[in-house]
Design a protein. Sequence first.
Length: 410
Amino acid sequence: MMPLVTFVVGTVPDIIKSIDVARELATNGLSVSIYDTLQNRSDEFDRHRDVRIIRSSVVRAECRDDLDWVASCAAEIAELCGDLVVVQGDTYSALAGAHGAVRAGAALAHIEAGLRSHDPLSPFPEEMNRVFIDTQSDLLFCATRTDLDDLCATASVADKKSFVVGNTVCDPIFQHRDQLASAATWPNGVLVSLHRRENYRHRELILKSLARLIASFPETEFRLLKRGLLAASEAADFGANATMIGLTEHLHFLEMLTGSQIAICDSGGILEEAVTLGVPVVCLRRTLERGRLVEGVDCIDPADVEGPQLPRLIERLLSRQRGGRGPLRETFGDGQSAKRIATLILDHLNDSGVRDAKGRTDPDRDQQGILVPFARSRTAESPGLVKDLRTGQRSGRFTAAASGADACDS
């Protein structure tokens, strides 16, 4: 009987960064389940229709606080998880997955391990979450050598397996490089995505500064993602050269990003995508993880966004001679990260003897679920590969794809 690998997701980037790993494992014959904490219920439309999942029965609004919600999800994950639990990033969903794996005695794998800001309050609580998850993980998958160095400096990894594998957020970019190339022939405009929880305290200041910025460049189109800090805004709030972008699939988002001269964001995921595509990034963050301080990225403290730095920076970037994009950059990955992670998980299961062991959970695991190509959201009609765990009415489907790899934590 094949071992069961359980992926814990709950946010849009969890899905983007995990799904290809799940697909690779399923293709290699493993039984794979996906547990969705529904951390971002407001983003429920940002789910893939083609992937069956088990939805958490925990209602966040009924919990006392975030930690109560994490503990409740962890208890459910412990009951449902397989021989290995895979979490991604540093959200509360990843924290719940780590607690659930420890409670169940399952092995734990962490995608995007080692990322550090070295400031426990920025980002909060993500920095503390990621450090805890790394200390509990058996398999640690770092995106870059810098992340591995930071991991070794801040966590005891002597008895753990740590690897540099690249970032899975880059995989879809390389998979669709030909389609994205057509959007990069003549980049124009500015793409804006703002969502981080710590920036909400500066929301009014950021929106006023953004409106002034847009008015200062009337010949430039600003494409604003209607989510996060901009969820309650309308294009008319910013002027005739502002366009609001609503629901969009991830591939369409990548096309918009590729075709932009500049990206203004506060998202680590979008930053990684933009750098890979060669799009200059202005990041509204007080601090950035060391591994993301790379060429093509400028960081502005949101508290200082009202000053002259932002418009000067945008003017400089817009004045650059336009032309087609160069080759994709491999700063964060080369498009093969999911394959590497899947291979390392398979090797770990083989080495530990789990592959031939009787699974602890899911007596129906020999029945196959559904998984069809990531590229499009559509109803799956043919048998696929990823296991569909069914628990009452909580089994469901992702209902659409994601609007960029930004880690909303609300």
